[in-house]
Design a protein around this ligand. Structure first.
Ligand code: NAP
Length: 475
C-alpha cells in the first residue's frame, strides 16, 4: 500500500489521539484494505490550529513559489498515475480506466491552479467624482475546511486543495470515510512537493458530524468548501451560519439527457454511454433521466441496450473490466431498490436488474416506459441504470427536464441550432450540447438550485478562496 493510514497534522503523520481506527474495505470483495486513524474532535481542532498558525507564512509566500509547489504535485501525480489509479480502484471499486481518467483529471487541477496562482488580479481605478482612487486587492480568505465525497476521491480533493493553496489559504481536508487512502496519498504528494508544515492537514473523524461542527465553530475557520449530497450540504450550511463562514457547495445532480427529434441516434447513444457510464454511473454529472422523442425512442432504446449489454463487469483490479463495483453493498442495495420500485411503478426492464451475490456490483440496466415523476426520476440513481421516458413535444421535454430541485448539468442531443436553443432554456449550471462529458479544469463547474453554490475549476475556482479588500485613497 503506497498511502499512509494516519492523520496529517502540522506536517506530521500521526495516529488519532485515542488510537482508534476504522476499517477501509475493497468493495469488489468486501475484504479489509487498511485500518485508518479515526480522528478525535481534539485532533480536528489541532489541525485547524496548525492551519491557523501556518496561514500568514503561506499567504505571504511569493505566488511563484506557491505555483511551483503545485506544479511539482502535477508532475508527481502524472509520473505515478498508474499506482495512484490502482489505489482509487482498491478503495472505491471503480473500473481501472475510470480510475486512470480520474488520476489525470485530479492532477490537472494542480497544473491549472499552478498557472492561476501567479495571475490573481485586482483593480485600480478613479472614482466617478475624479478625486479618489479605488484600489481592490484579492487576499486569501483564510483557513479553509474542505470536505469531499467518495465517488471521485482524488479529483474532488485536488479541485479544492489546488485553488485554496494557489490563493494562499491553509486547509484542513476531511475526505469520505470510505475512501481516505486516496486523500492521504494526495496529501503525501503535497508534502513531498514541499508544502510547509501546517498548510495542508488531513483529518478523518468517524462519525463526521460532531467534529466537523466543532471545526466550523473554530474562530479561525473562514471557509467551508463541500462536495457531497444536497442533504448533508443543507446541514453544513446551517452549521456554517453560526459563524457566518463563507460556503461553497458542490451538491447532488439529477441530470436530464434530452434527445430531440431529428437527432443523430448513433451520436446520442455514444454520448449517452459516456454521460451514463463514466464512473459506473456514480457521478453527480451522470445522466439520470433520459427524455427521448417518440420518433426515436424505439431505435435509441434498442441501440443503448446493445451497448449496455456489451459492457464487461468485474473487479477493477482486472484492467479489462469496464464496470467496477459500487462503493459499498449499501449503495448497491439502494440502486437495486430504485430499479425494483420503478418496475413496480410500471417501467419495463429491457436489460439487467439482477444483483450478483458477491461484491458490491450492479449490472448495466435499461428501463423503458419510465413515468416522469416516479422516484427513479427524482433522485440520483448513482449506478449503471438508464431510465428512459418518451416525449412528443419539445416544450414538454424542457418542462420535465426542469422539473427537479437540482440544476447541476443537462445533456441535449439534436440539430445544433435547436439543441442550443433548448440548452438555453434548461435551468442548470452546465449544459452539454451534443457531448457526453463536460468536466474540464479550465471550465467553471457548479450547479443552480439545490445543486450548489459557487463554482470550481476555471478562473472562477480560485475566487472562492479569495476575499476582496477595497482600499480608498484620497486623490
Ligand atoms: P455525503 O454523504 O454527503 O458525504 C460527503 C462528505 O460529507 C463525506 O466526507 C462525509 O463523511 C461527510 N459528511 C457526511 N455527513 C456529515 C455531517 N453530518 N457533517 C459533516 N460531514 C458529513 O456524499 P457521498 O455519498 O460521499 O457522495 C455522493 C454525493 O456527492 C452525491 O450526492 C453526488 O452528487 C455528490 N457529488 C457532487 C459533486 C459536484 O461537484 N456537484 C461531485 C461529486 C459528488 P463520511 O464519509 O465520513 O460520512
Amino acid at each position: 500500500m503506497i498511502s499512509p493510514h494516519d492523520l496529517f497534522i502540522d506536517g506530521q503523520w500521526r495516529p488519532a489521539a485515542d488510537g482508534r481506527r476504522f476499517v477501509v474495505h475493497d468493495p469488489a470483495d468486501g475484504s479489509e484494505l487498511a485500518q485508518f486513524a479515526a480522528a478525535t474532535e481534539a485532533d480536528c481542532l489541532a489541525a485547524v490550529d496548525a492551519a491557523a498558525d501556518a496561514l500568514s507564512g503561506w499567504a505571504t509566500t511569493p505566488p511563484r513559489q506557491r505555483s511551483e509547489i503545485l506544479r511539482t504535485c502535477f508532475d508527481i501525480l502524472t509520473a505515478e498515475r498508474e499506482q495512484f489509479a490502482g489505489l482509487i480502484v482498491a478503495e472505491n471499486g471503480k473500473a481501472y480506466a475510470d480510475a486512470l481518467g480520474e488520476a489525470s483529471y485530479a492532477a490537472e487541477f494542480f497544473r491549472w491552479f499552478a498557472e492561476e496562482a501567479v495571475r490573481i488580479g485586482g483593480d485600480f481605478r478613479l472614482s466617478p467624482s475624479g478625486d479618489k482612487t479605488i484600489v481592490v486587492r484579492r487576499d486569501p480568505i483564510g483557513v479553509s475546511v474542505l470536505i469531499t465525497p467518495w465517488n471521485f476521491p482524488a479529483a474532488m480533493a485536488t479541485r479544492k486543495i489546488a485553488p485554496a493553496l494557489a490563493a494562499g489559504c491553509s486547509v484542513v481536508l476531511k475526505p469520505a470515510s470510505q475512501t481516505p487512502l486516496t486523500a492521504a496519498y494526495v496529501v503525501e504528494v503535497l508534502r513531498r512537493a514541499g508544502v510547509p508544515a501546517g498548510v495542508v492537514n488531513l483529518v478523518t473523524p468517524v462519525p463526521a458530524g460532531p467534529a466537523v461542527s466543532a471545526m466550523l465553530h473554530h474562530p479561525a475557520v473562514r471557509k467551508l468548501s463541500f462536495t457531497g449530497s444536497t442533504e448533508v450540504g443543507r446541514l453544513l450550511l446551517r452549521e456554517a451560519a453560526d459563524q457566518v463562514v463563507s460556503s461553497s457547495m458542490e451538491l447532488g445532480g439529477n441530470a436530464p439527457f434530452v434527445v430531440l427529434p431529428g437527432a443523430d441516434v448513433d451520436a446520442a447513444v455514444e454520448g449517452a454511454m459516456v454521460a451514463k457510464m463514466r464512473n459506473g454511473g456514480s457521478a453527480c454529472t451522470a445522466a439520470n433521466r433520459f427524455y427521448v422523442h417518440d420518433s426515436l425512442v424505439e431505435e435509441f432504446t434498442a441501440r443503448i441496450t446493445v451497448a449496455m449489454k456489451g459492457i464487461t463487469m468485474g473487479p477493477g483490479a482486472d484492467r479489462s473490466n469496464e464496470l467496477g463495483a459500487l462503493v459499498s453493498p449499501e449503495e448497491r442495495d439502494k440502486v437495486a431498490r430504485l430499479v425494483d420500485q420503478a418496475v413496480a411503478d410500471g417501467a419495463t426492464l429491457a436489460l439487467g436488474g439482477e444483483t450478483p451475490e458477491v461484491g458490491a456490483f450492479y449490472p448495466p440496466t435499461v428501463l423503458t416506459d419510465v413515468r416522469h415523476g416516479s422516484e427513479i426520476n427524482q433522485i440520483e440513481i448513482f449506478g449503471p441504470v438508464t431510465a428512459i421516458v418518451s416525449f412528443n413535444d419539445v416544450d414538454e421535454a424542457i418542462a420535465m427536464a426542469n422539473d427537479t430541485i437540482y440544476g447541476l448539468i443537462a445533456y441535449v442531443y439534436g440539430d445544433p441550432a435547436q439543441a442550443l436553443a433548448v440548452a438555453q432554456r434548461i435551468d442548470a449550471g452546465m449544459v452539454a450540447v451534443n457531448r457526453g462529458v463536460l468536466s474540464d479544469p479550465a471550465a467553471p463547474f457548479g450547479g443552480t438550485k439545490q445543486s450548489g453554490l459557487g463554482r470550481e475549476g476555471s478562473s472562477e475556482g480560485i475566487l472562492e478562496f479569495l476575499e476582496e479588500k477595497y482600499i480608498g485613497i484620497e486623490v
